[in-house]
Each structure stands twice: as C-alpha cells, then as structure tokens.
Design a protein around this ligand. Structure first.
Ligand code: DGL
Length: 268
C-alpha cells in the first residue's frame, strides 16, 4: 500500500473532471489538486510559456511527498509533459497517450477526430501517438477555442443556441470526414458531451481523455488504503474556484481551498 498523495494539476478548473473520475474509481487515494487559475488559459500560449508554467506547477506539487503526478491538462500533456517528465524522478501520467490507446482500440473505420485547444492541436502530438499505435489511422484535428470560455459560463446544455451554433461550426468538418471516434482532447469538453454527441450522431464514439488518464493511473500505481482525502489549491481567488467547482466535480468542495503564490516556485 502507498498512502502518499497523487498530485493532479491543470491550468484551472477543468482538471476537476479528472478528479471526479479519480474519486469514482479510486476513492481511497489522497489527492493534491492544483489549478493555476491565476494564469489560465494555457491553450492560447506559446510552448515556452506552457513549459515554464508546467515546471512551476510541478515544483509546487513536489513540495508534498507525492507518489505520482496526473497531468489533467491536455495542453500541458501535449506540449510540456515529455520534457518535464524526463527532468524529475516522480512518475507523470498525461492524458494524451491513454486517450490515443482507447481511440485506437475503439475505431472500426480508422478515422479518428481530435478536438482541443489551439496549443494542443499545434503540437501535433495526438497525430504522432495515434499513428504510433497504428500507422494506418487517419487523424483529423480541430481547435475549438470558444468551448473553454463557453463552458466556464455554464453554456453546456443541449438546446442552448449559443453552444449549439459554435459546436456546429467546429464539428462540421469532422462530421464531413466521417470520423467514427472523437477524442475530447481538453479538460472542459466532457461537460459538452451531450451537445457534441447529439451533433456527431450515434455512430461516433466519444473518448474522454481525462477519464482515460484516471483509469491508466489506477492501473499503474500501488494503491492507497482507507478513505482518501482531496486538498485543493489555486493561484487566484479560492472562493470563486470553490463556487465554480461544482460544475466540474458534480459535488461541492467542503474544505477550504488554499491559495498558492505559484510565481515563487522555481522551475526544478
Ligand atoms: N486545461 C486546458 C486543456 O485541457 C483548457 C483550458 C486552457 O486553455 O488552459 O487543454
């Protein structure tokens, strides 16, 4: 048994969709969650900035005696994970590889769509890893920059004309390409599951990258025992984080959320 906590981080709130899955499948684990709410979004930033922020986020989590780090953020997983994982001696699990494996197992036609932030799409990492599982796969990428702010403003319900118009705009190309599997390559997109599923139709399987990394971490780690506890930290306004967290966690955060001055953490 290993009762040390698992560190989980994201650019902000969205990584709570991964925490929700971790609570469901490994309730015995202790979790330290860091949301970089003071510097979100990462998805519009340069690779250099994302790498710099990632090193600081990891340095904060490593100030605890953690057994592993789950990178809930797709943008960080796509842009910075490989570099930072090679610099530290704690295992790091990102969302991209588990999602690619699941998508490759799921597709019947070999035509896979991936949606994510601009930085995730630009990184090319999904195409690279999907083709590593099977070089014959055809991969279609689409950045969906308006999805994150719309989710954070609660525009997630089917029937909401704003989200449905934006979804149609982003997804029409992927639908025309006839993808049969679509990776939700961003922390926020599981909240749009019903909107996306109804636009794409029943023949398209949606893959939730945050849930896949939680399942993957469970398989890879020595489990804890007892009843786990999750502590939450953010780099801006803990109260507003607590207020919005219910949207992502499907449950309130009972305890106090801690404030972290993330700029104080050095890169290594
Ligand atoms: N967490 C980011 C991701 O999964 C979305 C929000 C952002 O752009 O920082 O890519």
């Amino acid at each position: 048994m290993d009762n040390r906590p698992i560190g989980v981080f994201d650019s902000g709130l969205g990584g709570l969709t991964t925490v929700r899955r971790m609570h469901a499948i490994m309730p015995q684990e202790n979790i330290i969650y860091f949301g970089d709410t003071g510097r979100v979004p990462y998805g519009t930033r340069s690779p250099e900035t994302i790498l710099h922020y990632t090193r600081q986020d990891v340095a904060f989590l490593r100030s605890f005696d953690i057994k592993a780090i789950v990178v809930a953020c797709n943008t960080v997983s796509a842009v910075a994970l490989e570099t930072v994982a090679a610099e530290i001696d704690v295992p790091m699990f990102g969302v991209v590889w588990p999602a690619c494996r699941k998508a490759a197992e799921t597709t019947k036609t070999g035509r896979i769509g991936v949606i994510g932030t601009a930085a995730t799409v630009r990184s090319g990492v999904y195409e690279r890893l999907l083709r590593r599982t099977n070089p014959a796969l055809q991969v279609f990428m689409q950045a969906c920059p308006l999805f994150v702010p719309l989710v954070e403003n609660g525009r997630v319900q089917p029937g909401d004309v704003v989200i449905e118009t934006v979804a149609a705009e982003y997804l029409s190309g992927l639908k025309a390409q006839g993808v049969d599997t679509l990776i939700l390559g961003c922390t926020h997109y599981p909240l749009l599951h019903d909107v996306i599923a109804s636009y794409m139709g029943p023949s398209v399987q949606l893959i939730d990258s945050g849930a896949e990394v939680a399942d993957f971490a469970k398989r890879m780690l020595i489990p804890a025992e007892g009843m786990g506890k999750t502590r939450y930290f953010v780099s801006d306004d803990p109260e507003s984080f607590r207020g919005l967290a219910g949207l992502f966690l499907s449950g309130e955060i009972a305890d106090k959320v801690g404030y972290v001055d993330i700029a104080k953490y050095t890169e290594k």
